[in-house]
Design a protein around this ligand. Structure first.
Ligand code: C2E
Ligand code: MG
Ligand code: MG
Length: 709
């Protein structure tokens, strides 16, 4: 049942519903206590009664009432002492003392205490209830009055009150903490003492004008701490006015937001920059490109966008790990930074891809000059983690307005141009050319169709003989991948192998190749074909994966092929890098009994003396040296014969087998034979053969020389 309170103090809402003021009553006289209990229960609702002082004090602690009614004197209790104890126990508690008229000592005590009221007998009901109501109301007001100074003093926000002349009359501790000035130091002074000097007169004039018009201003303002440091505050100023409209005070409330703003700026920076290099990221580049195009449209200027890719970065990352890879990225970023103008933007798009925005290049010739500078800046030897890396980059350029007017078009076209630069041998730049667009399309198609081709078993392996001219026998075969795509027609390994390397697909393809080569050899053997070692080309990525020897040994075991019948061809750069994991991997392969051949030898920059330390069996002289020996007069030119002759010498001295690649003519073959290189691979003897053609050829050329060349 809900009762209406007769008091001005209304019950307050709480979670349990209505809450009535709670009152504790201490009264030694049981009869008068129960009278009071009935009365208050009827009108107030919550009363706890105690008949002695000690019980009453315990009740105070548990109930925590708003009002204590106490009838004094209590037997054997000194009223003054009791009231002091109560006040110590609960300083905020209001106390209504009921006493007889003949107790002047009690009257004397109560008048000296705060929050203590007195009611003298005889007590009429109405007066009692009215006094209780007054007590409760009064204590609420006192609470309110006390609240505001507490709020002012304890607020974490700085508060300052100035008079109508804008001179400080009151500041709180938070003000002192934020500004360094105490109340005494600022009293009577103008807030100008905090001025940072960062805002001009116009700023303050505008601020006071808005305040004048709206009685309120808020915004960010730089101020100066007493120690001289600047800080940024979020400031609210409110004008207080008198009844006649004149200004009485200004109240300022502010928070120091220097750190928060710096944190926000940092977050913004992080969102727009690359963590590793601190260069603008793709999204910021996009914004800047957009801005640059707007500006160029107005000024009829040219904007160049350069897409950059570090050549063979993937190999470095795979061989030497991410720490070295990251180090290289940072070095390249710095190299690019070092040659751009202040208005240009170097951005990292991710991985080893960068883009440079040249917003105002004047002419195509200038653009070309700048791109040349970028190319030269990157091409360098970088020392990272004790290793020397000779690095180059490929770049693709698109220019507004010739190659597109929209950011996306220019980006796509710079990317196409980059693709061409990479495809045409890297370490160069290419400007966009509309016919290029088909190249990117082709790249994507190859990438996509290669996966399907492997699943559909559409890759083929051709085998090219290694022919020993002295004994006129075939001493080995090289397995070479072939792929005929339904849509694109035959795609050469020179085109799809680099794409497979870039996408990582080469690893899967390599596993299939090793497996299929072993299977094919087993089939040849089943048809009584004499076998010779078959060499498989291993991509750097597959070599560095670490499980190559497992793939090799499993394929060999599965098809019952002796390890000596398998050979791996690795390029010079992969084998000769003096990297510990490389030597370990080479030794593992060697331990299987599989021979190791260095492909395209002579094209790298490796130290030849190091070769003797490696478990290598064979060198293949790169075709580029053999091509130069096509005409009789070439043989007299020492500049052309020097390298092949030196390699022949080197192989003989180190006891390595030697194969010359790409031998097409009698002149080349004769020269090689005469100078001690007996084994050749090339169209002169045979083009790569389909697997089905191999058994017949091997039956004729293995073991015994054939008369029938
Ligand atoms: P490579 O390993 O140096 O292979 C020799 C390349 O020279 C082959 O080209 C071969 O057909 C070609 N060739 C042989 N003799 C002559 C000749 O007398 N004249 C001319 N002009 N060319 C000759 P192909 O098959 O186009 O392969 C190109 C490259 O693709 C290979 O160079 C090799 O690096 C890579 N490749 C081919 N198959 C595979 C493979 O299964 N795995 C990997 N990772 N790479 C492969
Ligand atoms: Mg090869
Ligand atoms: Mg080769």
């Amino acid at each position: 049942m809900m009762r209406l309170s007769p008091f001005a103090v209304q019950p307050a809402d709480n979670e349990d519903g209505l809450q009535w003021p709670s009152i504790v009553h201490i009264d030694a006289d049981i009869e008068s206590a129960s009278r009071m209990e009935r009365l208050l229960l009827d009108h107030v609702g919550a009363l706890h009664v105690a008949h002695c002082a000690e019980r009453g004090l315990r009740l105070l602690c548990t109930v925590k009432p708003q009002l204590l009614l106490i009838r004094v004197p209590l037997a054997a209790v000194d009223t003054a002492v009791l009231l002091q104890r109560i006040q110590r126990l609960q300083p905020e508690l209001s106390v209504l003392v009921l006493t007889t008229a003949e107790a002047p000592d009690v009257v004397a005590v109560t008048t000296t205490l705060e929050r203590v009221w007195l009611l003298q007998e005889p007590i009429q009901t109405e007066r009692l209830l009215a006094t209780i109501a007054q007590c409760l109301q009064c204590c609420e007001q006192i609470d309110h009055l006390r609240l505001f100074p507490r709020l002012f003093m304890n607020s974490p926000l700085a508060m300052a009150i100035t008079d109508s002349q804008r001179n400080f009359i009151r500041v709180n501790p938070a003000f002192t903490q934020i500004t360094g000035y105490t109340q005494a130091e600022v009293l009577g002074r103008n807030p100008r003492i905090l001025s940072s000097g960062k805002h001009d007169g116009e700023f303050y004039r505008r601020m006071w004008q808005i305040l004048e018009e709206n009685d309120h201003w808020c915004g960010e303002i730089w101020n100066r701490h007493k120690d001289g440091q600047l800080f940024l505050e979020w400031l609210n100023i409110t004008t207080l006015r008198n009844a006649d409209g004149s200004i009485s005070h200004y109240v300022s409330i502010f928070a120091d937001i220097t750190q928060r703003t710096a944190a926000e700026a940092k977050m913004r920076h992080l969102a727009q920059h690359d963590c590793l290099t601190d260069l603008p990221n793709r999204s910021l580049l996009h914004d800047r490109l957009h801005q640059a195009l707007l500006q160029a449209q107005r000024s009829h200027g040219l904007v160049a966008l350069v897409y950059i890719d570090i050549d063979h970065f993937k190999n470095i990352n795979d061989c030497f790990g991410h720490v070295v890879g990251d180090g290289l990225i940072v070095n390249v970023a710095n190299a690019l930074r070092s040659v751009i103008r202040e208005t240009d933007t170097v951005s990292r798009l991710g991985g080893d891809e960068f883009a440079v925005l040249l917003p105002d290049v004047g002419s195509l010739a200038v653009a070309e000059k700048l791109v040349g500078k970028l190319l030269n800046a990157v091409a360098n030897t970088y020392q990272i983690d004790g290793h020397d890396f000779r690095v180059t980059a490929s770049m693709g350029v698109s220019v507004f307005p010739y190659d597109g007017r929209e950011p996306d078009t220019l980006i796509r076209h710079a990317d196409s141009a980059l693709y061409l630069a990479k495809n045409e041998g890297r370490n160069q730049y290419r400007f966009f050319d509309p016919v290029l667009e088909t190249h990117t399309e082709r790249y994507t198609t190859i990438q996509h169709n290669m996966h399907k081709a492997l699943q559909a078993n559409a890759f083929r392996i051709h085998f090219q003989p290694k022919y020993a001219m002295d004994s006129q026998t075939i001493v080995g075969l090289e397995a070479l991948l072939r792929w005929q795509d339904e849509k694109l027609g035959p795609v050469s390994p020179g085109e799809f192998i680099p794409i497979a390397e870039q996408t990582g697909f080469i690893v899967e393809l390599g596993v299939w190749l090793i497996e299929t080569v072993c299977l094919t050899m087993a089939q040849w053997r089943a048809s009584a074909t004499p076998l010779v070692p078959v060499a498989v080309n291993i991509s750097p990525l597959q070599f560095h994966r670490g499980d190559l020897q497992v793939v090799l040994s499993q394929a060999l075991a599965r098809h019952g092929i002796e390890p000596a019948l398998l050979q791996v061809e690795l390029t010079e750069g992969v084998v000769m890098n003096r990297h510990e994991p490389t030597i370990i991997a080479l030794n593992r392969i060697k331990a299987l009994g599989v021979a190791i051949s260095i492909d395209d030898f002579g094209t790298g920059y490796s130290s030849l003396s190091y070769l003797s330390e490696l478990p290598v069996d064979e060198l293949k002289i790169d075709r580029s040296f053999i091509v130069k020996l096509a005409e009789p007069q070439h043989l007299a030119d020492k500049r052309l014969t020097a390298v092949p002759l030196a390699l022949i010498d080197l192989a003989a001295n180190l006891g390595l087998k030697l194969v010359a690649e790409g031998v097409e003519t009698d002149i080349q073959a004769d020269f090689l034979l005469a100078n001690g290189c007996h084994v050749i691979q090339g169209y002169w003897f045979s083009k790569p053969l389909v697997a089905e053609a191999v058994p017949d050829v091997l039956k004729r050329y293995v073991g015994k020389p054939s008369n029938d060349t």
